[in-house]
Write a protein of this length. Structure first.
Lengths: 196, 343
């Protein structure tokens, strides 16, 4: 898949670059832009031409917009997978996703938390343990997305022992402190559990 | 000038598309102190086109300022457009501009020939308008910007505000829409010569001629359509008191602008305008390209005039003698849930 760097380029350049790549035969293209307005203009083009649209916000001023169509415009955007029953509970015990490079891991976790804001149905509960508690403290890059989840009815709980161990008790920026009993019960009662 | 570097290479987004968006702007202005002097007849709280300060019973002073980065690749044309744009706000208040001061930002590394051409373009328009250039101010900057501070005069009793239309009045628009979209297309090499020429001609055209015709008619409100696009400027005119009905089939639109909008050759400012406008009108039933035209930022756009209905056709005929592309585009109706409705 082709990636086109349109950081710093004014509208309509991102739309034109994406459009040309897709018309030249690329099945999908990822366009990097630095502002939400450019994302909106790309979405208008995608909706109008029937291309699938996916967005990953990689940083405050970096958005990766993927337009795809397998050479054929899709009749409609692929619906996001929905759960058959119950909203998921998510256990997050690290501030990175996966193992390997730490910078990549943190970026993946940020992207994952952002993607939860688009999940249908949205997660019911997020539980943060061990290194994961950093994500709910001041300075975390994920606070905006976590707030979006809270606004949508998601409950956020962070392990009190862990916060205390890392000296972060005063730095909790979102959610409630929970003890191990609460966390254990939440895990046992979860309809669907995702463990990261 | 062919071997000169492009003036556009020194700017990211030009013309009225570079304006700080309406949402951000109102937030910034909210904290500023309001004038206590009641001779300030029109200040910034009304989002009007210019400030109006009463000098005496008969006359008031109009003061306005406009400047921006280039939106075209020719310094001389840019100068002409910047000047026409700056003067327009005085005409929109029903006044006559008399004095102007240049505002210039210019990169130290660029050839001064370009600066000379830019100022010459501005001076040409001022001469056409009969406005004296009294001086100006210039600074070095990494990006070119040009415009003017303009002072005008108006009969105190005949100041035209932008937010005083009456229910039943007809709406006239004196220049076609779509300039922002045509320039966006041109920026990516996709505008035809014909489309670009029509857009540039419109931007250089003074609103003086249309404005002078207004004096003999019962005009209740006037504004010029610039960077916030027609719908936002129209909603500023209506405020909360009244609404407007637009006849989208009579909107004057620049050649090929609708086609370019259909190709998503859009500006960032247009989307900001759309976001600001929110749900004040429901554009979902309109063809998407037409909706884009309604939000498209205009640079040095036409006058939007609210006039007594029985005089609308006569005023239109008068205006069309010098501005043949002017049209009646709708009417003012009693206030309703949506500020703007479409037929």
């Amino acid at each position: 898949m082709k990636t086109i760097d349109m950081l710093g380029k004014p509208c309509p350049m991102p739309v034109v670059a994406a459009s040309r790549a897709l018309q030249d035969g690329e099945s999908a293209v990822t366009v990097l832009v630095d502002n939400a307005i450019a994302v909106e203009n790309l979405r208008k083009m995608a909706d109008g031409r029937g291309y699938a649209f996916a967005l990953v916000q990689r940083a405050k001023d970096e958005f990766a917009v993927t337009l795809g169509g397998d050479g054929q415009p899709l009749a409609q955007e692929q619906p996001l997978p929905t759960t058959a029953s119950g909203a998921p509970t998510v256990l997050i015990s690290k501030d990175q996703l996966g193992e390997g490079d730490e910078t990549l891991g943190k970026m993946l976790m940020k992207g994952y938390l952002f993607s939860l804001t688009a999940l249908t149905p949205p997660p019911k509960t997020l539980l943060f343990l061990n290194g994961g508690v950093r994500l709910v403290c001041e300075g975390s890059a994920a606070l905006g997305d976590l707030q979006t989840l809270v606004d949508g009815g998601c409950a956020i709980h962070a392990c009190g022992t862990c916060l205390n161990y890392y000296g972060l008790t005063e730095s909790l920026a979102i959610g409630q402190v929970a003890d191990m009993l609460f966390i254990s019960q939440s895990l046992a009662q979860a309809d669907r559990l995702i463990t990261l | 000038m062919k071997d000169q570097p492009s003036i556009l290479s020194h700017c990211t987004s030009g013309g009225c598309g570079a304006k700080i968006g309406p949402d951000a702007l109102s937030g910034l202005l909210a904290g500023l102190p309001r004038a206590a002097d009641d001779r300030l007849l029109v200040g910034f709280d009304a989002s009007d086109d210019a400030a109006v300060y009463q000098l005496n019973g008969a006359q008031s002073l109009i003061s306005t300022i406009d400047f921006f980065p280039p939106m075209v690749d020719n310094a001389h044309t840019f100068g002409r457009i910047a000047a026409a744009n700056a003067l327009s706000d005085v005409y929109a208040m029903g006044g006559t501009p008399v004095l102007a001061l240049n505002i210039v930002c210019f990169p130290e590394a660029l050839s001064t020939d370009m600066l000379v051409e830019m100022l010459a373009g501005g001076a040409e328009i001022l001469a056409e308008a009969g406005v004296s250039l009294g001086g100006g101010h210039s600074v070095y900057d990494k990006e070119i910007k040009y415009g003017l501070a303009v002072t005008g005069l108006v009969d105190t009793a005949r100041v035209l505000r932008n937010n005083t239309p009456r229910v039943g009045d007809m709406l006239l628009l004196t220049k076609p829409l779509g300039a922002g979209i045509v320039l966006a297309a041109s920026r990516v090499g996709m505008a035809s010569d014909n489309a670009l020429r029509a857009a540039l001609d419109g931007m250089q055209r003074l609103n003086k001629y249309a404005a002078e015709k207004m004096a003999a008619f019962d005009v209740s409100a006037c504004t010029d359509v610039t960077g916030f696009g027609l719908l936002v400027h129209l909603s500023e005119m209506c405020g909360k008191a009244v609404s407007a009905k637009l006849d989208t089939s009579s909107l004057p639109v620049l050649p090929e602008a609708l086609a370019y909008a259909g190709e998503y050759l859009l500006t960032a400012a247009g989307q900001r305008n759309r976001n600001h406008f929110g749900s004040r009108a429901d554009v979902s039933a309109l063809p998407p390209a037409l909706a884009e035209i309604l939000f498209d930022p205009q640079t040095s756009g036409g006058l939007l005039i609210s006039v007594a209905p029985q005089q609308a056709q006569a005023l239109l005929c008068e205006i069309q003698r010098d501005d043949p592309l002017a049209r009646i585009i709708g009417e003012i109706i009693p206030g309703q849930a949506h500020t703007v409705a479409f037929i």
